[in-house]
Design a protein around this ligand. Structure first.
Ligand code: BGC
Length: 999
């Protein structure tokens, strides 16, 4: 650098940077896991056959010698890693309620998978079975699938060396069977060929002699065909286990490394699935928890990188990995995962002398079970502290008695650096009140929150079990309301080792709760010994909103808690019951509220990657992303996230890259749904949920009419895509999709609009609000339709009747069409259904249903559900008037248009944008209003000042910029002033402005 005299400065110190591992080829290590006793095992399976092929398959065991055979048992499989047919149909998805109730599917998974319909069992002395005796013949008629029950045959004692089971009619997976559940019904229209397939599978084959001994254990198995990968294999048929089973779900893996020199720099690249923690010389590296983020693991897995030079010694070092199940290993209750925990680590070392060395996971590592006897996202953990291996990640540790690790299959997905904000403990909350109960005290934290508790236990005896049970609400009798967690146990159990003081907190699970009941605590519990830890993706809060209505202030706080609690590497529907998925619908409803309150740029960048991973080549998505529950293809009113989320990221954060990256994906998505439409309308049966959980025009939980919503949302995405195409300069696409949107609008209005009555569909709040909000109403009818909506709302006593789809359009479109007072009434009125009702019932987060309070115990009833947090968007957009109508990309364009509603004295919001602060605060004065705004740098704003009558003046620093219905003198920064409908519209540049409005 040179100064003004041309004198050069000293050289700056050299800066350096390094990158993550670029590409798969840079990974030198292997994925390793702990697989004692055969590891993950489904059992034996034959290859797939297209159905109707008259296929037979057999499997046989060689007992080694001739033996007396008295009994044969066939043990059904219950595969644990979600097999799919060759056409990609997940097997578990084809089980109907009916099949489930027949117990062919157990509560834990698809039991009875591959069990033959018809079969025979033969015994022979000859491996080719040229001569054999058929001891069991079940080939004459179809036999009932036994689910998980073993099928046992007692024989007249027979001598033989080989036992063969021949399936003459294989188990069938038929995606076209409409009785095969909602998933199959959808397959009927997705326009893909998904054939029926057959296979033959068994978890175990037992051959017993007269003493009951299993002669088949560990003997040679041959088969007509056999799948030898993952948890399938011939040997697993006779490994002495008779059920499909998983390897330990929380192993510790370790190795010792003598570095033999001083380390200058070192980076550890690490991925442990489902969750993993890295330790060096006993020290935990990084502060992430529940890491890495959840992805479609067979498409993409995220790894973390740490600078670890400080933790490494010149001599002996130990590396330790502690793994948990996470979403990757979950295999319970209809959920099939990817397999047992596994990890990969690569440590890149640069010595002081400039030489380098790489240490990575390989077969030389050792492994042992951790003290976690059980860990599950829904159920909680059981931690037996007596099983702790003290110092296991330190160099002096003696790992005699530990087993070797096994090199295991990679999860399948690309290893990609994790850029999304990791999950962390971000706050702690103390106990507010202790409620005495016979079984153990219930601790009330005063806030429905997401995470877990840390507890200190004094003077326990070794083996004492202390249980922490979680719930969001209490029943009338004061006990925990557990029904609404459905099958989630949400219980952490600590087994004490008997030290004077012991401290425990879980590591591979999380809960949504306000109350924790502590059962089995020795002596009296001091509430100061229990602290709740708030756990979520560490998205940065960037904004604040407040106003003079206390109920609304509380709602905003509830929304902040609700949004935080539901960002867990994907934005979940809810954090407590057996669900917690990235439901697409919930996301498009609440993502603008998330983008207002938090920096969600990287968070959603990752989720859009998840979309790309899940999206089929035909363009459709899944209801939940990564796929967990719901249907494939998705409900067309749910999966619009493919288009809307990149659009919000572009507007709020100026991220044009996300539009580019997902442009073709958006096109495929829109085109797919376009192809499904008939005369421009997407028929009812394509939608699953409609205006879910509303109060009007309901069929159970589904708000009708679905075809109206399906088509309106398709119009919206088509229209948005045309805008996105224009932003990216793709004029042809912009024109093409605009034309298509116009055609959809015509078809929509043809089908649903009664121009005479200015009514849409059944004339419900949602059926008016949705077309109005998306701009579907023909010119000349807009005001009349808006008036009809207002009239409808007033006839409903100013209360909303809408559910998931209609509520956001309702309150926003009322404001956009000059009915802010009506919108305010809807938001602030205190009765059910409405937000303030929740607040006054003591809610500290948003309920799933407007009447959740009356449905405790109903099962599907969350008290911390994402969608209705959308009200926070309305606070920023409507009351404070901070709007991203255009983008913050390049030179930003924003709008400040506060709705100065009668009931409020003031409202204020401020937020940090990519261009700096954006804020607005208005307050009533004796004769008017003050409005203070802050416009970010490199940004132009349109400021809309409510203006009442000709005599009003608008002043800045006592100088009138608007007076007597005309422009006054414009100070620096104010470029233009015009009068609109009951407003003065100013165009201003970056900076702070204080307006005085006098009436
Ligand atoms: C979830 C929702 C989701 C819905 C689909 C529910 O079980 O919790 O929030 O959008 O299913 O209707």
């Amino acid at each position: 650098m040179w100064d003004e005299d041309g004198t050069p400065s000293e050289w700056a110190e050299a800066a350096r940077f390094s990158t993550a591992l670029i590409g798969e080829h840079e990974w030198e290590g292997h994925w390793i896991g702990y697989r004692p006793d055969g590891g993950d095992s489904n059992g034996f399976r034959s290859r797939w056959h297209p159905v109707n092929a008259d296929a037979e398959e057999w499997v046989q065991v060689d007992l080694g010698d001739n033996a007396e055979i008295d009994r044969v048992e066939l043990h059904p499989t219950e595969p644990l890693d979600g097999p799919t047919t060759p056409d990609g149909l997940p097997v578990s998805a084809q089980f109907t309620e009916e099949v489930k109730s027949e117990k062919r599917v157990t509560a834990d998974g698809p039991g009875g998978f591959g069990f033959p319909e018809r079969y025979r069992i033969e015994v022979s002395n000859d491996p080719d079975f040229a001569q054999s005796t058929t001891v069991i013949d079940c080939t004459d008629e179809a036999h009932h699938n036994p689910g998980v029950e073993a099928v046992t045959f007692d024989l007249d004692s027979i001598d033989g060396r080989y036992v063969r089971v021949t399936a003459t009619d294989l188990h069938e997976i038929d995606p076209s069977d409409p009785s095969g559940g909602e998933f199959n019904q959808k397959l009927a229209y997705i326009g893909e060929e998904r054939r029926a397939w057959q296979t033959f599978a068994l978890a175990g084959l037992t051959v017993r002699d007269g003493d009951g001994e299993d002669l088949a254990v560990d003997k040679d198995v041959t088969a007509s065909s056999s799948v030898e990968e993952g948890a399938w294999g011939r040997d697993k048929l006779v490994d002495g286990h008779y059920e499909s089973r998983m390897a330990p779900q929380s192993p510790l893996l370790r190795t010792d490394v003598d570095l033999g020199g001083e380390v200058e720099r070192a980076q550890a690249h690490f991925c442990g699935l489902g969750y993993g923690e890295l330790y060096i010389n006993g020290e935990r590296i990084g502060d992430e928890v529940l890491n890495p983020g959840w992805t479609q693991y067979d498409e993409r897995v995220l790894y973390s990188t740490y600078d670890v030079a400080e933790q490494l010694d010149a001599g002996a070092n130990a590396l330790g990995l502690w793994l948990g199940q996470g979403w990757f290993g979950r295999n319970a209750r209809g959920w099939t995962g990817f397999g047992s925990p596994r990890a990969i680590l690569q440590l890149e070392i640069e010595y002081v002398d400039g030489t380098t060395r790489t240490v990575s996971t390989d077969g030389s590592w050792t492994a042992m079970n951790s003290p976690l006897l059980m860990n599950d996202l829904y159920d909680g953990e059981t931690y037996d502290s007596r099983e702790e291996s003290k110092g296991w990640a330190e160099p002096a540790f003696d790992d005699v008695g530990w087993d070797s690790v096994v090199i295991v299959e990679a999860p399948g997905g690309d290893l990609v650096p994790q850029r999304t904000p990791p999950i962390r403990v971000t706050e702690t909350v103390d106990v507010e009140e202790v409620l005495g109960r016979d079984e153990g005290p219930i601790l009330d934290f005063g806030q429905n929150l997401v995470g877990w508790v840390e507890i200190t236990i004094n003077d326990a005896d070794a083996g004492d079990e202390i249980e922490l049970r979680h719930a969001e609400v209490l029943l009338e009798d004061g006990s925990l309301a557990l029904e609404d967690l459905r099958s989630a146990d949400a219980t952490d159990t600590y087994i004490a080792k008997g030290d004077r003081t012991e401290t425990y907190e879980p590591r591979f699970t999380y809960h949504g709760f306000r109350y924790v009941q502590v059962v089995g605590y020795p002596d009296e519990l001091d509430p100061a010994d229990v602290t709740a830890k708030v756990v979520h993706s560490d998205v940065e809060p960037i904004a604040e909103f407040d106003c003079s209505n206390e109920d609304l202030s509380q709602l905003q706080r509830n929304a902040e808690w609700g949004l935080r609690g539901n960002v867990h590497s994907v934005l979940t529907d809810c954090p407590q019951r057996d669900e917690r998925c990235g439901w697409t619908g919930d996301n498009h409803i609440v993502s603008p509220a998330l983008c207002y309150n938090f920096d969600a740029a990287r968070f959603y960048e990752k989720w859009m990657g998840d979309h790309a991973d899940v999206r089929s080549e035909h363009g459709y998505l899944a209801d939940t992303i990564p796929y967990g529950y719901g249907t494939i293809p998705e409900d067309p009113t749910w999966g619009i996230t493919q288009v809307t989320i990149p659009w919000h990221l572009y507007r709020h954060y100026g991220d044009v890259g996300v539009l580019e990256d997902h442009y073709e994906g958006m096109r495929q998505y829109i085109d797919y749904w376009h192809e499904q439409s008939t005369d421009g309308i997407i028929p009812d049966e394509y939608g699953n949920y409609g205006d879910w959980l509303g109060f009007e025009n309901m069929d159970g939980r589904v708000g009708l009419p679905r075809d109206l919503f399906n088509t309106a949302f398709q119009y919206h995405t088509t229209n948005l895509f045309a805008q996105i195409a224009a932003v990216l300069g793709n004029e042809n696409d912009a024109e093409h999709y605009t034309d298509r949107a116009v055609a959809i609008a015509e078809a929509f209005n043809e089908a649903f609009f009664d121009a005479e009555a200015d009514q849409y569909g059944p004339g419900t709040q949602a059926s008016y609000a949705v077309p109005l909000f998306f701009g579907l109403v023909p010119d000349g009818h807009v005001d009349a339709v808006a008036d009809n909506l207002v009239e409808k709302v007033e006839s409903d006593d100013g209360k909303l009747q809408t559910g998931f789809l209609g509520t956001r359009p309702l309150i926003l479109t009322l404001v956009d069409h000059g009915h802010a007072e009506t919108a305010y009434e809807v938001v602030s009125q205190p009765d059910r259904p409405g937000w303030v009702y929740m607040v006054r019932q003591g809610a500290t987060t948003m309920w799933e249903r407007w009447d959740s309070d009356t449905r405790i115990g109903d099962g599907m009833n969350s008290f911390n559900h994402s969608p209705f947090n959308l009200v926070s968007e309305w606070f920023y957009y409507a009351l404070a008037g901070l709007r991203f109508d255009d983008s913050m990309h390049g030179h930003g364009t924003v709008e400040v248009a506060p709705a100065v509603v009668d009931d409020l004295d003031w409202a204020a919001a401020e937020m940090e944008t990519v261009n700096g602060e954006f804020a607005s605060r208005w307050e009533r004065t004796d004769n008017g209003l003050t409005l203070d705004v802050e416009i970010p740098w490199n940004t132009t704003a349109t400021v809309r000042i409510p203006y009442d009558g000709e005599s009003a003046t608008v002043e800045i620093d006592d100088v009138a910029v608007w007076e007597n219905g005309a422009v006054g003198s414009l100070p620096d920064g104010v470029d233009d002033a015009t009068a609109g409908d009951e407003e003065v519209v100013l165009t201003v540049g970056s900076g702070s402005y204080g307006f005085d409005i006098e009436h």
